[in-house]
Design a protein. Structure first.
Length: 185
């Protein structure tokens, strides 16, 4: 193994140590609504592939024909005062302008521009106020005018710091590189 390949391997170890799993359970809706709560009074919600899921084989679908808005939600384990990034994809089955979709999490609250049969990507950041933070998607449709879709929901802590174990591995790799280089010389 050359010195360059050892350096490259240790760099990859440090980079992968910084990544972490999403805080969202079942963000791709591959396990139906497991981990999520969906409340509608005059509509329906579930999972399927009506819109051709952009990720995996399934996505969330929901419609709510009267006030109040339907709500898809999940409680996330967070750290008060920490910053997080959120991303997901969304779409609508029809172009009814009165159909709405909003996202609320931490200090973030945004109404989204819904377009018919086009999966749009959303990304944003929020700050958590407590150890548990509710992630909510609020949706409302005009009766008989369509269904909204959501998929690929991911929430990560912003600016993730490499884990101590990955730093130890990286330092070990660099030490081995030094030994290998000295023995070769």
């Amino acid at each position: 193994m050359t010195f360059r390949s050892i350096i490259l391997a240790s760099s990859l170890l440090m980079a992968t140590g910084a990544s972490q799993a999403s805080l969202v359970t079942n963000g791709g809706f591959e396990s139906a609504l497991s981990g999520w709560s969906c409340v509608v009074s005059d509509g329906n919600c579930g999972t399927g592939a009506f819109f051709g899921a952009p990720e995996g084989a399934s996505h969330f679908f929901g419609f709510q024909n009267s006030a109040p808005a339907g709500e898809l939600s999940q409680a996330l384990a967070t750290v008060a005062g920490a910053s997080y990034s959120i991303s997901f994809q969304y779409t609508s089955l029809t172009d009814e302008p009165s159909n709405t979709l909003a996202v609320e999490v931490g200090d973030l609250s945004e109404v989204l521009d819904v377009q018919v049969s086009v999966w749009k990507s959303y990304s944003g950041t929020f700050t958590a106020a407590a150890a548990l933070t509710d992630l909510s998607f609020l949706f409302r449709t005009v009766g008989g005018s369509g269904t909204l879709g959501i998929d690929a929901v991911v929430v990560d802590r912003a600016g993730a710091v490499p884990l101590p174990a990955s730093w130890t591995l990286a330092l070990l790799a660099l030490g081995l590189a030094g030994v290998a280089r000295r023995t070769k010389a």
